[in-house]
Design a protein around this ligand. Structure first.
Ligand SMILES: NC(=O)c1ccc[n+]([C@@H]2O[C@H](COP(=O)([O-])OP(=O)(O)OC[C@H]3O[C@@H](n4cnc5c(N)ncnc54)[C@H](O)[C@@H]3O)[C@@H](O)[C@H]2O)c1
Length: 266
């Protein structure tokens, strides 16, 4: 469906979860993919797994919360080929109640999710501007638009990503660069495997998500391929929510739903 055979796509946090699936789908579409991740072992494994056939994929170890490391890494990535699309996907989500959040957790979350995204956007834009073309796609979250308990630091960081993206969109559009933000709901990935049991996930989906299940990485990646494509050249500064309808409105009370749809198939 998409053809990225002449494009170089940089994905941060591409060693696992959603970023890994985005990388896989861009590779299937013929793209040259560079992954940046701080988890060296996972990065090596992902590159090995995805580099089948003549797929062009390379991994770069870096911590996006370190501006100097970002500058050095982007220089190396650019040396492979000019970056056409940058996907700022790396993020962390330590869960703590508002009253338990210590200064380190607050700072670390902001450093990775918001400052890291800023560092990468600025470093890549420096190369995109003289070429007068480029696409920036920033991973926010449903939590960037709507508060979730236990996530004050994460919610704040992801809300920041949305406004950062909108500002880039209005400042760099005249230089041929588009920027958009993507806001997934609950997606099953290594980010939450360790903390949420399958029973918890099932109950969460039944309680909050109109589609009544959580999302899969395969359902998030395609929007990145679309937003970076020729079909999306007039889409700029927007925020896309992929959450099974969670933010559309309160999930109806099951008793009321049953009353209104008494003969609905099970
Ligand atoms: N999974 C969800 O439910 C969900 C929902 C909404 C938004 N998101 C966002 O999507 C993105 C990916 O989430 P995921 O669930 O795939 O997470 P994940 O933990 O499975 O993968 C995140 C990747 O980012 C890397 N990373 C983390 N900090 C980094 C840093 N400082 N420098 C470089 N790499 C770093 C990790 O090593 C990992 O490979 C995150 O930004 C997350 O906030 C996830």
């Amino acid at each position: 469906m998409f053809n990225y055979s002449d494009k170089h796509i940089l994905i941060t946090g591409g060693a696992k979860g959603i970023g890994r699936e985005i990388a896989r789908q861009f590779l299937v579409a013929g793209g040259q993919v560079s992954l940046v991740d701080r988890d060296e072992a996972a990065l090596q494994q992902t590159v090995l797994d995805l580099a089948q056939g003549d797929q062009q994929i390379k991994g770069f170890v870096a911590d996006i919360s370190d501006q100097q490391e970002v500058e050095d890494t982007i220089r190396q990535v650019e040396q492979q080929a000019p970056i056409d699309v940058v996907i700022n996907n790396a993020g962390i989500c330590p869960i703590k109640s508002f009253m338990e959040i210590d200064a380190d957790t607050w700072q670390q979350t902001l450093d990775v999710n918001l400052s890291g995204t800023f560092y990468v956007c600025q470093a890549v834009a420096r190369y995109m501007i003289p070429r007068k073309r480029g696409v920036i796609l920033n991973m926010s979250s449903k939590n960037g638009l709507d508060a979730e308990l236990g996530h004050a630091h994460y919610n704040a960081s992801k809300a920041g990503v949305i406004l950062l993206t909108k500002t880039i969109a209005i400042e760099l559009a005249h230089l041929g660069i588009r920027a958009n933000a993507i806001c997934p709901g609950y997606i099953r990935t290594p980010l939450n495997y360790e903390v949420d049991s399958p029973e918890f996930v099932q109950q969460f989906a039944e309680r909050y998500v109109p589609i009544e299940r959580v999302g899969k990485v395969q359902e998030i990646a395609p929007i990145f391929l679309f937003l970076a494509s020729e079909g999306a050249t007039y889409i700029n500064g927007q925020t896309f929510v992929l959450d099974g309808g969670q933010l559309a409105g309160q999930k109806p009370w099951p008793t009321l739903l049953k009353a209104m749809y008494p003969s609905a198939p099970k």
